[in-house]
Design a protein around this ligand. Structure first.
Ligand code: F6P
Length: 366
């Protein structure tokens, strides 16, 4: 579609929420109106809003005051895949393809293009719409920081602050009671939150999915600290961490979600093993969705604003099917297909892992 044909754009947030979504929405709306004289429609609750025609006009007043707010003013869901949408038929649950219905709805509403703010699940759906000819631009979000085509996703920095503050607080009580304190953090199949918060918070052991651990190694590390007079230890465990030869701990399965697996529970497994093998009193904290809440940090507000403004810019330049990304210090864009091809995980030769080991943090691998 030639750029002059775009008069009205839609915006939606899909997948799990994360701090900074409102900064992106605000930047999309303001850039579209102020710089390109476009109209903007916000679709509510992710792709569900497209299926069920839940939309609202987004003018400048609609985005006023939302920059410091966590969550998303548009609502979101990690269900409602339009290409595999569940309905009840003759008392049975069946899955139907609603994508043509959505494309017709958008035509009727005279929405010419979409900005999809989401993680790998929502961006994969965005790519399928692109393949059907709908002009879509992607914006990468997730606290997990696990999208391969961008150096950083917004939301990660805020989650990091929350996790680091938790480690700081656990330190004081661990020290007072001479305990082992285990903190389980999110991150799905990548250990970015555990690694970065663990180093920033001065953890003694960090367990991440990319480095399988043994309980013996973790235990040895904690006992050796005790023998040196350090009568407490802080262990940060990523929800996707697993012992060598073992499996990730699954908390539950969510039907209709792009990735139905919900990890969780490894913190308690680690806690009880460590209590047994070290003989030290151990407590476990699962940080959970606190990591997704709260006001975004200045870094996430800035990154979200840059992403949102750039998304509208590349749309108007005709770069359809691209996702904005951060490369070094620059905002660039890549094809969405490339962006969702593989997860970004902590590399074995990560300089952060090197630094962590150099300052004495154990990973349970030696
Ligand atoms: O992808 C973000 C994330 O918070 C993961 O870190 C976590 O595993 C998952 O979402 C939790 O999903 P839900 O909100 O469905 O429990």
């Amino acid at each position: 579609m030639a750029k002059s044909q775009i008069k009205r754009i839609g915006v939606l947030t899909g997948g799990g929420d994360c701090p900074g979504l409102n900064a992106v929405i605000r930047a999309v709306v303001k850039t579209a109106i102020n710089k390109y004289d476009l109209e903007v429609v916000g679709f509510l609750d992710g792709f569900g809003g497209l299926i069920n025609n839940m939309a609202k006009r987004m003018d400048l007043a609609a985005v006023s005051g939302i920059l410091p707010r966590g969550g998303t003013i548009l609502g979101t869901t990690n269900r409602d895949n339009p290409f595999r949408y569940p309905i009840m038929k003759d008392g049975e649950r069946v899955y139907v393809d609603m994508s043509d219905h959505i494309i017709n709805n958008l035509k009727e509403m005279e929405v010419d293009a979409l900005v999809v703010i989401g993680g790998d699940g929502s961006l994969s759906i965005a790519k399928e719409f692109c393949d059907k000819g709908l002009p879509v631009i992607g914006v990468p979000k997730t606290i997990d920081n696990d999208l391969s085509a961008t150096d950083v996703t917004f939301g990660f920095d805020t989650a990091l602050v929350t996790a680091t503050e938790a480690i700081d607080k656990l330190h004081t009580t661990a020290e007072s009671h001479h305990r082992v304190m285990v903190l389980e953090v999110m991150g799905r199949y990548a250990g970015w939150i555990a690694l970065h918060s663990g180093v920033a918070g001065g953890a003694d052991v960090i367990l991440i999915p990319e480095i399988p651990f043994t309980f013996e190694n973790v235990c040895r590390k904690i006992v050796s600290r005790k023998l040196k007079g350090k009568k407490f230890s802080i262990v940060v465990v990523a929800e996707g961490a697993k012992p060598a030869g073992g499996e990730m701990v699954i908390q539950k399965m969510i039907e209709d979600s792009a990735d139905p697996v919900r990890l969780g529970g490894i913190g308690n497994v680690v806690g009880s093993e460590l209590e047994k093998c070290t003989g030290m009193e151990t407590r476990v904290t699962v940080l959970g969705h606190l990591q997704r809440g709260g006001s975004p940090t200045p870094f996430d507000r800035l990154l979200g604003t840059r992403y949102g403004a750039h998304a509208v810019k590349i749309l108007m330049e005709g770069k359809i099917g691209e996702m904005v990304c951060l490369r070094g210090t620059n905002i660039e864009s890549v094809p969405i297909a490339e962006a969702v091809r593989e997860l970004r995980r902590v590399p074995a030769d990560s300089d952060v892992v090197f630094a962590a080991k150099a300052v004495g943090i154990g990973f349970g691998d030696a």
